[in-house]
Unconditional design. Structure first.
Length: 229
């Protein structure tokens, strides 16, 4: 495991970190859905017909589920600092510029902790902003991996969901960004640059993860030891 520890600028992260922007949108959507379902459920119960009681109960159960999502999501994601502390340091590059952002191509090991051998894949992420980085094709963007499964007790040797969260979303300090980039090997950066044209193929692959043939991996991408504190 290769971890990269740094003090997260929480105010900066809350303003630019799109992982947590997406979380806020999810919570707002769940809250709105719950309000609508509660109103519908109450209306059907008020009708006081046998069939309406059934429909009312269905809507109220749906409302309870939405409220659970609203409350569960922050616990699932955790704090901004904990997300950066938990993820592995990974390389990402700007693969394509967009009118309102960019597409990142990242190299991520999706093997679960109990698995001895790494399982490297290419993934992509659309971002709206990259403070501290030039938004140009091939620009190096150190990031941390965010790994998860779609549900509980899914088993398997690899994570089903993988994303990359730029270090620049957690700090404005250029020295921290430079130190993170230096911790990533030249071989890893070179591998991404050599495969930058595959970003469209990655986005259509299963789970939007394109497996890298171990024979194509240089010697350097491996599970390095944790960075000293």
């Amino acid at each position: 495991m290769r971890r990269f520890e740094f003090p997260v600028d929480v105010a900066h992260a809350k303003s630019v970190n799109e992982t947590f922007t997406e979380l806020r949108r999810l919570r707002a959507s769940a809250a709105l859905t719950a309000v609508v379902l509660i109103a519908l459920g109450a209306w059907f119960v008020w009708i006081a017909a046998p069939w309406s009681y059934i429909l009312g109960a269905v809507f109220l159960i749906g409302a309870a589920t939405s409220l659970w999502v609203m409350l569960w999501a922050p616990r699932k994601v955790g704090s901004i600092q904990s997300q950066y502390d938990a993820g592995d340091l990974v390389p990402a590059v700007v693969a394509e510029k967009l009118p309102s952002g960019a597409i990142l191509l990242a190299l991520v090991d999706i093997a679960k902790p109990e698995v001895d051998q790494p399982h490297y894949v290419l993934i992509t992420r659309v971002v709206r902003s990259l403070p501290g980085h030039a938004v140009e094709r091939g620009a190096q963007v150190p990031a941390v991996s965010v790994l998860a499964d779609r549900g509980r007790d899914t088993g398997g040797r690899t994570w089903q969901l993988a994303s990359a969260m730029p270090i620049a979303w957690g700090t404005t300090d250029p020295a921290i960004l430079a130190r993170a980039a230096e911790k990533i090997t030249e071989a890893e950066w070179a591998l991404l640059h050599a495969n930058i044209g595959l970003w469209e193929k990655v986005r259509t692959a299963k789970n939007q993860q394109l497996l890298i043939d171990p024979a194509d991996l240089p010697d350097d991408p491996r599970r390095p030891t944790e960075e000293p504190g």
